[in-house]
Design a protein around this ligand. Structure first.
Ligand code: SF4
Ligand code: SF4
Length: 126
C-alpha cells in the first residue's frame, strides 16, 4: 500500500505534512504535493498534519479519488523531493475550502508554476 495526496491539496500546499515523513516520500509540484509510493512506509504520521485532510491511505480512497493514486505515482517520478516545510501558496486559505479543484492541478515542474489566481475566478457552475 501507500498513502496518497488527494484533491484538497491542490493550490493549498501548506507543506506541514513534509516535516514528519521519516522517509522523505513527498515530491513537490507547482501547486500540489504527491507521495512517492516507492518510498512511503505507511507510517500514517502525515495524515493528522494536513489541515485540509488531503492525505489518505490508498485503501481508503473513494472511487472518485482513485485517480489520485495514479497521479501520485506518475508525478512522483517527475517532481523533486521536498524534505522541509515552507510557506503555503499565498492564496492557500482561500483555496482550502474550494471543491472540484482537479482542473487546477499543474503537472509541470515547480519552476513552471503558473500565475496564481483567486478562487473567485473559478466558476463552479460553468
Ligand atoms: S499538508 Fe496537506 S495540503 Fe499541505 S502540502 Fe501536505 S497534503 Fe498538501
Ligand atoms: S504515511 Fe508516513 S511514510 Fe508515507 S508519506 Fe506519510 S509520513 Fe511519509
Amino acid at each position: 500500500m501507500t498513502h496518497v495526496v488527494t484533491e484538497a491539496c491542490i493550490r493549498c500546499k501548506y507543506t506541514d505534512c513534509v516535516d514528519v515523513c521519516p522517509v522523505d516520500a513527498f515530491r513537490e509540484g507547482p501547486n500540489f504535493l504527491v507521495i512517492d509510493p516507492g518510498e512511503c512506509i505507511d507510517c500514517t504520521l502525515c495524515i493528522p498534519e494536513c489541515p485540509v485532510d488531503a492525505i489518505l491511505p490508498e485503501d481508503d480512497l473513494s472511487e472518485a479519488q482513485r485517480e489520485y493514486a495514479v497521479l501520485n505515482a506518475e508525478l512522483a517520478k517527475a517532481w523533486p523531493s521536498i524534505v522541509a516545510s515552507h510557506a503555503p501558496l499565498p492564496d492557500a486559505d482561500a483555496w482550502a475550502g474550494v471543491g472540484e479543484k482537479r482542473q487546477w492541478l499543474e503537472s509541470g515542474t515547480p519552476a513552471a508554476a503558473g500565475t496564481p489566481s483567486s478562487p473567485s475566478t473559478h466558476r463552479e457552475d460553468s
